[in-house]
Design a protein around this ligand. Sequence first.
Ligand code: NAP
Length: 349
Amino acid sequence: MKAWGGRDERAGGSDRDEKMRAIEEAGIDLDPTADDEHDGDHDAGPHSHPHVQSEAGGPPIIGIVGAGAVGTALGVALQRAGWPIHAVASRDAARRERFRGLVPGARGFADAQPLVEEVELIILAVPDDAIPSVAGDLHMYGGQAMIHTSGLLGAEALAGAMAAGTQVGSFHPLVAFADLERAVAALHGATIAIEGDEQLLDLLARMAEVIGATPVRLAPGAKPAYHAAAVLAAGGFVGLLDAIAELGRVAGLDEAGSLAIYGSLIEQTLANARGLGIDAALTGPATRGDRGTFVAHTAAIDRVAPGVAALYRDLAEREVSIAERRGALTPEAAETLRSALAPALATPD
Ligand SMILES: NC(=O)c1ccc[n+]([C@@H]2O[C@H](COP(=O)([O-])OP(=O)(O)OC[C@H]3O[C@@H](n4cnc5c(N)ncnc54)[C@H](OP(=O)(O)O)[C@@H]3O)[C@@H](O)[C@H]2O)c1
């Protein structure tokens, strides 16, 4: 595999490379099980990949583990971009066949290890919680690379699959994979966060670019905050839409009506935030110091949509802080508004 050099080609050599080299020079096999299983397949050292090699300058031979939302969309997008998918592993026959229908030519496996035998780059597109255990059950060969698509976890979640000369990374598309074709289209122009072994990052950047996305490198340790923001922007925003629709129903609007009416207000607000900045985009009672409006809103919400009350109050608190920060409210006026947002005390029966 040429796209990302093996351990001997790594610039300078990290501490881990040094340790690996010393261990191998001492004749210690770090992964005897994998070696035994493939006895006789190769002669290029204990962990070299015996089977496959992509063409010089071409894309790596790719296998995807997990035919769920992300695995399938990435498979379709990469194949359409001229990076063929060699194989998919999914425990579910129907999902596997669906994938193969969408990605012609891909071989299908029920288990992941046979796929690992046939590819250079393994994409683990399985739920976050399953990544370490799925990786831990796999044996990689020198020259292979494995990545996962989690926004939260780092490359170290794949440690269980590593052997000498392998590389690991993560490749997280900032896309909401709710529908296949929409997701494939959204990958074009999306941001993809990449991190992991230094020499793998060039390949991951190319892979992002080939599907029309923009790769970004995150600082070590940044993924949990980065991903929490993504969850607020996607799932959190859907939660907000649901609260808006609940209040809309009380006002006589169905869901489509709420999405139409409030959706255009949302688009306007987003455009204002993009053009003017977040502080300047804030409008509404917090910017005017309208305590009476907050009192009326919270009283009505407590009565007609109590499930929305905590969200409304928490967001209003944040709006008051923004208004104070931008100088629209004095600290005293901000305190007066905050006092209106305190939850009403329950009255005894
Ligand atoms: N959904 C999104 O919007 C989104 C966006 C960016 C990143 N991601 C990340 O992408 C990854 C996959 O998410 P997804 O939304 O594609 O999930 P998904 O639709 O639930 O698909 C997960 C796939 O992994 C397989 N799988 C589940 N549990 C497994 C286990 N214990 N062992 C082996 N395989 C298992 C599934 O089963 P089969 O083997 O039965 O097929 C399925 O094919 C996650 O790390 C997620 O955080 C998701």
